[in-house]
Ligand binder design. Structure first.
Ligand code: GLC
Length: 750
C-alpha cells in the first residue's frame, strides 16, 4: 500500500510539473480534473504481467476495442450478405493490423451452431496465430433469456417472467442451461443479467429486469449468476456474466429509454446499487455502463460513478465495457464532447476499460493518439488492459477450446423441461371468479386475440433478432398459445379476425390473448400505458356475448386494462414466458399445472397512477384526503392458486444480533398440491428518512401437498433493516417495527 501512495504522489507531482511547464498543452482544465489518477487496482498474474511487458501501445488500445461482427463480415453493417460470411481482408485488418481484442453479437440474426463454430474458430485463428501478440479474442453475446442468438437454443422466460416465479432455483437452472449453450456456441461472455431495478411501468426494458424490489431482484440475479458462472468461469460449461447497466438506467423522468434521469445519491444507493453490490460480491467479472445521463452527467464520463463508487466503494475489479455506441453518443446526443476523439479521452479517463464502438474502427487509432498526446495517461491504459487480460485468462481463453461438437446436451429434453417449469411458474393467476378455472378439457373453448397465434410475442425482444419480431428465426416446433390449447383441449374453436363474436355463440368459454408484440430499447417507447384500443374493443365485444371471458395478457410491462377487468371471469398475466409459454398457459388453463406466479411489480390501474409497493406515507394521501390512495390493479407479491393457503402462529422475536427472528406456519387448506411464496414484510414505523410503508425482507417458495403444513423461520438482520440515511450512508435506527406475513402481523421494538 505504501508503494502505491508514494507512486501516486509522484504521479500527481509529475502531472503538476508537466502541466506547469505546458508540456501537456492539449490537457484542458476539464481533462486534468477528469484524469484518472488511481493506481491500478488489478491483480497482475504472471501471464498478464508477461503479456503486458511485451505489448506495444497499439496492442493495448486494440485490446480495449470491441467491434460488432458486422465489421468482419462480407457486406455493409446492418446489410450483410446472408448467410453471414467472414471477409478475410476485414479479418486481417481488424484482428491482425488493428489488434481488436473483443467482438460481439451476430450479424442481424441468430446463427446455427455450425455457423458459430466457423465464426469463432476463424476469428481465434486470426487472433492467436496471425496477430503478433497471439492474444485470443474475447467474444461477447446478448444471452438474455437463454442463448437467444443461437438457433434452436433453449429459451426461458425473460427476467421479469423469471422474477414472477419468485423461485431462485429456476434462475440457477436458467443460468446453467444458458451458460452451457452459450459455450456450446464457442462464446464465453454473456451480456446478462440486467440488474437495473424495474420501478417504472412505462420503461420499455422493464421486462428485462427482475422487477421493482431490490431483495427479489438481487436474489434472482445472484442465483442466475451462480448458474452462469459456477465456481470457476474457466469451466467450459460456464461463462462470464455482465452486470448491466451500471447505474440508474431504469428510472428516466419520462419513462422512455435513454432519456434523462434525475437520481439523487440516496435513492441511487438505496434502490439501484444493491443488486450490483450483490453481483460484485457474487463474483461478477464484467459490467456494462448505463447509456443514459444521470443528473446531467452521462454515466460514461462520470468518474464519481465509474471509479469512486464502482471501484473504490463497491470493490469491483473486473472490466467495464461501454454500451452500444455510447462514446459516439457523447458527441451526437449528450453533447459533452466536440468530437469522437475528445469523447474517447473523457470516457477512458473516467474509467471505461473497453469500448463497444461497435462499427467504428477508428477508436484504437484515436486512443493511441490521445495517449501519445498525454491526454490519457499510460497508467489508465495499463489498468484497463490488465483487467481485460485477466478476464480472458480467468475464462480459460489461453487454453485450447473444448470441441464444440462435444456439447451433446444442447437444447436437451432436460433443458426444455426446465424452461417449461420456469414458464409455468412465471404465469400469474390474477383473477378467477367462482373458480371458473381450470377449464374442463372437453368444453368448447374459443381461443382468439393477437397473442394467441404469435410465438414471438411469448418471447419478446432478444430472440432470433434484436427486436424479436422476425418469425424466420423462431425455434422450430415451439407452440403458440392456440397450438398448445389445441393439444391440451378436445374442442378448440378458432375464428378469423372480425369473426370472433360470431364464433362465440358456439363456445362454452372464451380465451382472449392480448398484450404486446416484441420490442426492446427505444423501439419500445410508448405514449400510453393503456392496452391498444382494438384489443379493449375486442374483449368488450366478447364480454357482451355473455359467455365467460378468460383474459391472457402476454406483455413485457403492465399495460393498463382496468376497463375490461371486472367483466372478465378470469385473468392470467404472462410476462414473456419464452418458447414454452404456449404449453405453460394451456397447462394452467386445463389445471394440469397449478399456477404459482406472483407479481414482481405493482400492476397499475391507470397510466397516471404508477406507484411501487414500497411507497411512502405521502403516497397514501388520496384526493379526498383519506389515506387510501394506493389502489393498484394488482399488488406486488399477489397471485392466486387453484388451492388455498392459511397462515397461523406468526412469532416475532428480537435476535442476539439486534435483528428479528420470524417464524410462521403455512398450510395448504385446499385439495391439490401447490407452490406458495411466503413473503415477510417489515414496516419501520418512524425513521429519519421517510420510511416506506413496508419493505420485503425475506421470501421463500415452498411446495405443499393438500393438507400439508410447514413452519418456516427467517432471520432478519440489522443490515436488512438498514436504510441510506441523511448522510447518504447505510444506517440502522432503533425503534418500533411491524412484521407482516400474509394477513398476520406482530409489532416489535428494537
Ligand atoms: C444494447 C443494450 C445492451 C446490450 C448491448 C449489446 O444497446 O443496451 O443491453 O447488451 O447493446 O447488444
Amino acid at each position: 500500500m505504501m508503494f502505491n501512495i508514494l507512486k501516486s504522489t509522484c504521479l500527481i507531482l509529475l502531472l503538476l510539473i508537466l502541466a506547469s511547464c505546458g508540456a501537456q498543452k492539449e490537457l484542458t482544465e476539464n481533462q486534468l480534473s477528469s484524469t484518472v489518477l488511481d493506481i491500478p487496482t488489478y491483480n497482475m498474474t504472471p501471464l498478464v504481467k508477461d503479456l503486458m511487458a511485451k505489448m506495444t501501445l497499439a496492442d493495448k488500445v486494440g485490446e480495449m476495442t470491441q467491434l460488432n461482427i458486422d465489421m468482419l463480415s462480407v457486406g455493409e453493417p446492418y446489410n450483410l450478405v446472408i448467410p453471414n460470411k467472414l471477409d478475410t481482408a476485414k479479418l486481417r485488418n481488424i484482428l491482425v493490423d488493428l489488434k481488436v481484442g473483443s467482438i460481439l453479437n451476430c450479424g442481424g440474426h441468430s446463427y446455427t451452431r455450425a455457423q458459430w463454430k466457423n465464426i469463432i474458430t476463424t476469428i481465434q485463428d486470426y487472433a492467436v496465430n496471425k496477430k503478433s501478440t497471439g492474444i485470443p479474442v474475447l467474444y461477447g453475446v446478448d444471452a438474455i433469456h437463454g442463448t437467444n442468438y443461437t438457433r434452436g437454443a433453449t429459451l426461458f422466460p425473460q427476467q421479469l417472467g423469471q422474477a414472477s416465479t419468485w423461485n431462485p432455483e429456476l434462475a440457477i437452472e436458467c443460468g446453467e442451461v444458458t451458460a452451457y449453450e452459450t459455450r456450446a456456441s464457442g462464446i464465453p461472455w454473456a451480456f446478462s443479467p440486467v440488474l437495473d431495478i424495474g420501478r417504472d411501468a412505462r420503461w420499455p426494458r422493464l421486462w428485462e429486469t427482475y422487477g421493482e424490489d431490490p431483495l427479489l431482484a438481487k436474489t434472482m440475479a445472484t442465483s442466475y449468476m451462480y448458474g452462469m458462472q459456477g465456481d470457476d468461469i474457466s469451466d467450459p460449461e460456464k461463462v462470464a456474466t455482465c452486470m448491466k447497466h451500471f447505474l440508474g438506467y431504469s428510472v428516466t423522468l419520462r419513462g422512455k429509454d435513454r432519456t434523462q434521469a434525475w437520481v439523487p445519491t440516496r435513492q441511487l444507493l438505496e434502490y439501484f446499487a444493491p443488486t450490483f453490490q450483490a453481483a460484485i460480491d457474487a463474483g461478477a467479472r464484467t459490467v456494462m455502463i448505463n447509456s443514459g445521463e444521470m443528473n446531467g452527467i452521462p454515466v460514461h464520463v462520470n468518474k464519481e460513478i465509474l471509479v469512486d463508487l464502482l471501484r473504490n466503494k463497491m470493490g469491483f475489479t473486473g472490466l467495464a465495457v461501454t454500451d452500444w455506441e455510447d462514446i459516439g453518443y457523447l458527441v451526437s446526443r449528450h453533447r459533452v464532447a466536440k468530437d469522437f476523439k475528445e469523447a474517447i479521452g473523457q470516457a477512458i479517463n473516467a474509467g471505461i476499460d473497453m469500448a463497444m464502438v461497435p462499427l467504428d474502427a477508428s477508436f484504437p487509432v484515436l486512443l493511441k493518439e490521445l495517449v501519445e498526446e498525454g491526454v490519457v495517461p499510460m497508467s489508465r491504459i495499463d489498468e484497463s488492459v490488465a483487467r481485460i487480460l485477466l478476464v480472458k485468462e480467468e475464462l480459460g481463453l489461453f487454453e485450447p477450446m473444448k470441441p464444440l461438437d462435444t456439447y451433446t446436451e444442447f437444447a436437451s429434453a432436460k433443458s426444455q423441461a426446465s424452461a417449461l417449469a420456469a414458464a409455468e411458474e412465471s404465469i400469474i393467476l390474477a383473477k378467477n371468479d367462482n373458480n371458473i378455472l381450470p377449464l374442463d378439457k372437453n368444453k368448447r373453448i374459443l381461443v382468439v386475440g393477437p397473442n394467441a397465434t404469435s410465438l414471438n410475442s411469448l418471447n419478446g425482444g432478444w430472440t432470433g433478432t434484436w427486436q424479436g419480431t422476425d418469425t424466420t428465426y423462431n425455434t422450430p416446433g415451439k407452440m403458440t398459445i392456440l397450438e398448445a390449447m389445441q393439444e391440451e383441449f378436445s374442442s378448440i374453436i378458432t375464428a378469423e379476425a372480425g369473426q370472433e363474436v360470431r364464433a362465440a355463440s358456439r363456445a362454452d368459454a372464451i380465451v382472449v390473448c392480448i398484450g404486446e408484440m416484441p420490442y426492446t430499447e427505444k423501439p419500445g417507447d410508448i405514449d400510453d400505458l393503456d392496452l391498444d384500443d382494438d384489443q379493449i374493443e375486442l374483449v368488450k365485444s366478447l364480454q357482451a356475448t355473455g359467455k365467460p371471458v378468460i383474459l391472457v395478457a402476454v406483455e413485457g410491462r403492465p399495460r393498463t386494462m382496468n376497463s375490461i377487468v371486472d367483466e372478465s371471469a378470469a385473468i392470467l398475466v404472462a410476462f414473456l414466458p419464452g418458447d414454452e409459454g404456449g404449453p405453460a398457459i394451456a397447462n394452467i388453463l386445463s389445471g394440469d399445472t397449478n399456477p404459482s406466479g406472483r407479481f414482481p411489480i405493482t400492476y397499475p390501474k391507470s397510466s397516471n397512477d404508477l406507484v411501487t409497493y414500497d411507497h411512502k406515507g405521502t403516497d397514501l394521501v388520496h384526493r379526498d384526503f383519506s389515506m387510501d390512495a394506493f389502489n393498484p390493479q394488482w399488488e406486488f407479491g399477489y397471485g392466486l392458486s387453484y388451492t388455498t393457503y392459511d397462515y397461523t402462529n406468526l412469532i416475532v422475536l428480537p435476535n442476539l444480533n439486534g435483528g428479528i427472528d420470524v417464524s410462521v406456519t403455512v398450510s395448504n387448506t385446499g385439495t391439490q398440491t401447490g407452490k406458495e411464496t411466503v413473503q415477510v414484510y417489515v414496516s419501520d414505523l418512524v425513521a429519519s428518512i421517510t420510511p416506506s410503508v413496508k419493505r420485503l425482507r425475506a421470501f421463500e417458495k415452498v411446495e405443499l401437498a393438500a393438507g400439508e403444513s410447514q413452519t418456516l423461520s427467517y432471520s432478519i438482520t440489522k443490515e436488512d433493516l438498514s436504510f441510506v440515511g441523511r448522510e447518504n450512508k447505510w444506517i440502522f435506527e432503533k425503534g418500533d417495527f411491524k412484521v407482516a406475513v400474509a394477513g398476520l402481523s406482530e409489532m416489535i421494538s428494537l
